[in-house]
Write a protein that binds this ligand. Sequence first.
Ligand code: SF4
Length: 188
Amino acid sequence: MIAVDDRLDLIHEEIARCTKCALHETRTHTVPGEGSPNARLMIVGEAPGAREDETGRPFVGRSGNLLTTYLSEIGLTREEVFITSVLKCRPPRNRSPHRNEIDACLPYLIRQIMSIQPEIIMLVGGVAISSLIGPWKLADAHGRFYEANGLKFFMTYHPAAALRFPKIADVIRQDLQILRAELDIGGH
Ligand code: SF4
């Protein structure tokens, strides 16, 4: 049987060659995601930004640093979760993803989820939520779990929102305490 790491590597090789939407024309690097192939928690954001496009790594800019901090506060490291996003290539000037780009890219995310089989998939921000679950106002959705097709999702704000609105940082921290309790992990 093919190992999870090998399956993920194959998916990531396909992503590196992907030309299924126009974003391949403007990307520097694809950003497939990284972390543990055996992660209990998978984190899904919107799309790579400038720093991610430069490095090929997910969530490494300012909001990525914030995410890393929030995770450490509930006793998790980046290495033990798997971090990715709905789109694997950066939209020019960080514009919102177009529907056709999401439709083209989503099969990669679904395959990553099926390969890793995490206990919980944390969707951060409205694009991740609407892409995987459907439209849901963040103000209502955050801090909640949602189960469908044998998958368990948890929803919160994107850390980029906390950079713009400091009150959102408190909301994310409270949400993550709910997540921590569900995963039954330590932390402070
Ligand atoms: S965003 Fe996704 S579908 Fe579009 S080119 Fe990149 S990997 Fe392919």
